[in-house]
Design a protein around this ligand. Structure first.
Ligand SMILES: Cc1ncc(COP(=O)(O)O)c(C=O)c1O
Length: 380
């Protein structure tokens, strides 16, 4: 059944289609053209980081991170079980074992108080995921990681331009990854970026992304010929997509304004109902500035979550849930996952629901969603 109010709708901010046409007519539609360079410049300047590299997805940026850290069979990496499969798979592809940590019940981020006990001599990386773009407790995570000499890779798929203690997410770890998938705030359909904060990793990151060649150096005039110098793959994005992304990045403040209105609308209008029904709304600690990426609710039970999804669907509104706890997935079980291992993740995996959220959600559409949610009475 087609939904009258979808969960997500890719939005335009104005210049996207003109820039895409420019990318084609100016004769360079492959990777690392002028639009890719413009995107890199915007990201590097705004985030204040030494190097960003556009990639075909956040998944591929995570794969690059695993390659850069030379992750090998027998290694371990620590990540929340409550995340998208790519946070795990990128490192599992290199033969490493995921070690799952539970999440905090308030922000749904990695529970930093449970991190240290999971570190072993085989731990090759710690991957905090800034859920909904609300920062993980980076002070504590970085302190633990530094004490054990383990690099941090931030999965910042949700949190572009969000801040923790006035510093942008994605600038804390040796590496960080961004997503420009159509469900994110700033989009190009499918796309991502690797943020390289450790200058020692920049040159190799450029090589891995360019099929294991030193092509970037060649284009900068630093070598006469480019050739095969390392392992690698093709992780760079077409300049056609970079053109679309560039238009969005230039208007990211406008996007945030639109999303802030929607987030605050849901929060303000649903708070009283949520309190009466024992429904948990998002929590943003005062030292975190969020990007208004999504609006979720944690219902009292799985049954309430499923019933509310059905109630909204009956009225043509699509609401969705995620994530199935990774430690209980068929792959997670193969890595030793067991029920009860991450109790908060298991509860939230059963009970979380996301409401329609996109830049062009109109006030009347949102009012309709809010009215229907408020009609709903939880059974538990
Ligand atoms: C936390 C997290 N990491 C990684 C990804 C993968 O992003 P992409 O679709 O750009 O590969 C997602 C996708 O939604 C995500 O939610």
């Amino acid at each position: 059944m087609p939904y009258r109010i979808p969960f997500n709708k890719p939005g335009l901010t104005g210049n996207e289609l003109r820039y895409v046409a420019d990318a084609i007519t100016q004769g360079h539609a492959a990777g690392d053209g002028s639009f890719t360079r413009r995107c890199h410049a915007i990201l590097e300047e705004k985030l204040g980081v030494p190097r960003t590299l556009l990639t075909t997805s956040c998944t591929h940026a995570l794969e690059m991170a695993a390659l850069l850290l030379e992750v090998r069979p027998g290694d371990e990496f620590i990540l929340p079980s409550f995340t998208f499969v790519s946070t795990a798979n990128a490192f599992v592809l290199r033969g490493a074992k995921p070690v799952f940590v539970d999440i905090r019940p308030d922000t749904l981020n990695m529970d930093e108080s449970r991190l240290e006990r999971l570190i072993t001599p085989r731990t090759k990386a710690i991957l905090p995921v800034h859920y909904a773009g609300v920062g993980c407790e980076m002070d504590r995570i970085l302190e633990i990681a530094a004490r054990h000499g383990v690099p941090v890779v931030e999965d910042n798929a949700h949190g572009l331009f969000a801040r923790y203690r006035d510093r942008y997410l994605g600038t804390f770890g040796a590496l960080a990854t961004q997503s420009f998938h159509e469900t994110k705030n700033v989009i190009c359909g499918e796309g991502g970026a690797l943020v390289v904060n450790d200058p020692a990793l920049i040159e190799r990151a450029e090589i891995l992304r360019e099929k294991g060649t030193n092509r970037s150096k060649f284009f900068r005039g630093q070598v006469d010929k480019y050739t095969w110098v390392d392992t690698g793959s093709s992780y760079l994005i077409s300049d056609i997509l970079a053109a679309f992304l560039c238009a969005q990045l230039e208007k990211h403040e406008q996007i945030t304004v639109a999303r802030k209105r929607i987030w605050e609308g849901y929060y303000g209008e649903l708070s009283a109902w949520a309190a009466s029904q024992h429904v948990q709304l998002p929590f943003v600690p005062p030292h975190c500035a969020q990007p208004y990426h999504m609006f979720y609710m944690v219902m009292p039970s799985l049954r309430d979550r499923q019933d509310l999804i059905e109630h909204l669907a009956d009225h043509g509104i699509l609401s969705v849930f995620h994530y199935i706890p990774l430690h209980l997935s068929p792959m997670g079980l193969q890595f030793g996952g067991r029920p009860g291992q991450c109790p908060v993740t298991e509860r939230v995996g059963d009970c979380l629901l996301r409401l329609p959220f996109y830049n062009d959600l109109t006030e009347s559409e949102q009012s309709e969603v809010i009215d229907l949610v408020r009609q709903f009475q939880c059974a538990d």
